[in-house]
Design a protein around this ligand. Structure first.
Ligand code: AMP
Ligand code: GLY
Length: 446
């Protein structure tokens, strides 16, 4: 079959890599793709948000399955459009992708279905929002309603900071229409983890747990980024917690949306804070996590195409997935300056050598491949903030960390930056071996 993968980040390279291992797949296109994806697929120069362009391409090239990486096309309704045109596409419709596309929608659904989440209120004017902040005190969290490229959530340590955030979003329209409404919610304390599932609208298959590292500096200091590294599994998600999350979060949402005649098909990502009162949902995403996917897919033994087709066809049933028990650690290599200003166009050296290391795979994010066929040269050039995800499986978390950083040491480009402590929480846990228990891997069924 012919597959089209939409997107150009590390997540999409990991998806493409996994898709390329499926016996069912003969040809992969990526739109627009990156330098890493160019090695295993044909790149198509169509932006991920150009839905009409993608639709035309898919029709003309008789694409059998389209896989959507990022959230924006999902929220814009790419699945509705492709489905209406009779094309097969993996992902949620725009009606339910609003779980990610609108924090207001997401919080209302959670409140309605009794899903554990931080207490909150919704505002569309500065005065009422400020009164609420003064009543609640700090720390407090301000969230713009719509998609803001990961910048719409501000965790405020002081009342002054919270007031400033409200004014910037509502009054100064920092995020435009995405900030017409805001959610103000209690600040939760605990350890974060992600649970990602694939649903067919009724049944659910669990992927392994994972943990992202959002802050730019070691020790989780500094501003939040799109994610500086991840590992899977996340030992903070014990067997018991897994069961609670399925019972209290995942199944109520899947069933609740099906009951409203808007079934959720595709990937559902729950970002959780494990608090002393149990797990609480911070956010839902309508897609695979980035960089979590880069740490999850190297462990997944099953054919991802079969899972995606079963999601579309409503035939997931009680499928159980098979996992490599080795933990996986993925370290993001960024351009110096990210998440603020950074330079592009730097030649990346050492990629081939790094990729040769056993149990190591380097997923590309912001790279382009420049080939000079005449001279037979190939160069990978930096083209974004997050550039690479150096990913390693290990006998335990410590081993995976050491392998990832040993491979990373072989890679060089001007002004490269990476965190040196990815995986530290899992490594420092009692035992520190990070092995996932068998029952964590099972599908808990309906
Ligand atoms: P979100 O996009 O809603 O997941 O928010 C991005 C990040 O902000 C999360 O990964 C958390 O680190 C932080 N965050 C969001 N909501 C809260 C909250 N209620 N309490 C504490 N931290 C939060
Ligand atoms: N790693 C967080 C996200 O994908 O939203």
């Amino acid at each position: 079959m012919k597959v089209l993968v939409i997107g150009s980040g590390g997540r999409e390279h990991a998806i493409t890599w996994k898709v390329s291992q499926s016996k069912k797949v003969k040809k992969i296109y990526c739109a627009p793709g990156n330098g890493g994806m160019a090695q295993i697929a044909e790149l198509v120069n169509i932006n991920a948000e150009n839905i009409e362009g993608l639709l035309k391409f898919a029709k003309e090239n008789k694409i059998d399955l389209t896989i959507v990486g990022p959230e924006t096309p999902l929220v814009l309704g790419i699945v509705n459009k492709f489905t209406a045109a009779g094309l097969r596409i993996f992902g949620p419709t725009k009606e339910v992708a609003r779980l990610e596309g609108s924090k207001v929608f997401s919080k209302k659904i959670m409140a309605e279905l009794g899903v554990p989440t931080a207490d909150f209120q919704i505002f569309n004017n500065t005065e009422d929002a400020i009164k609420y902040i003064e009543k609640k005190g700090a720390p407090i969290v301000i969230k713009a309603d719509g998609l803001c490229g990961g910048k719409g959530v501000i965790v405020c340590k002081t009342i002054a900071e919270a007031k400033g955030a409200v004014e910037a979003i509502i009054k100064d329209k920092k995020f435009g229409a995405a900030g017409e409404q805001i959610v103000i919610e209690d600040c939760l304390i605990g350890e974060e983890a992600s649970i990602i599932v694939i649903s067919d609208g009724k049944n659910v298959v669990l992927l392994a747990s994972s943990q992202d590292h959002k802050a730019i500096y070691d020790g989780d200091k500094g501003p939040n980024t799109g994610g500086m590294g991840a590992y899977s599994p996340a030992p903070v998600i014990t067997d018991d917690l897994f069961k609670i999350i399925m019972k209290d979060v995942i199944y109520p949402v899947i069933k609740g949306l099906a009951d409203k005649s808007t079934p959720y098909k595709g990937t559902l990502y729950a970002g959780l804070m494990v608090t002393k009162d149990g797990p609480k949902v911070l956010e839902f995403n309508a897609r695979f996590g980035d960089p979590e996917t880069q740490a999850i897919f190297p462990r997944l033994k099953d054919d991802i195409i079969e899972l995606m087709e079963a999601s579309i066809d409503g035939t997931l049933g009680k499928k159980k997935l098979n996992w490599n028990k080795k933990p996986c650690v993925s370290v993001v290599v960024a351009s110096g300056g990210y998440p603020e200003k950074y330079e592009k166009g730097k030649v990346i050296n050492g990629l081939e050598e790094a990729g040769k290391t056993k149990d190591v795979v380097v997923f590309h994010a912001g790279t382009v491949l420049i080939e000079d066929k005449k001279n037979g040269t190939k160069n990978f050039i930096t083209n974004g903030g997050r550039v690479l995800n150096v990913t390693a499986l290990g006998n335990n978390v410590k081993d995976a960390i050491e392998r990832a950083y040993a491979a990373l040491d072989k890679i060089k480009f001007d002004k490269m930056y990476y965190r040196r402590d990815i995986g530290y929480r899992a490594m420092n846990r009692k035992g520190g071996d990070g092995y996932e228990k068998e029952s964590c891997l099972s599908n808990y069924g309906k």
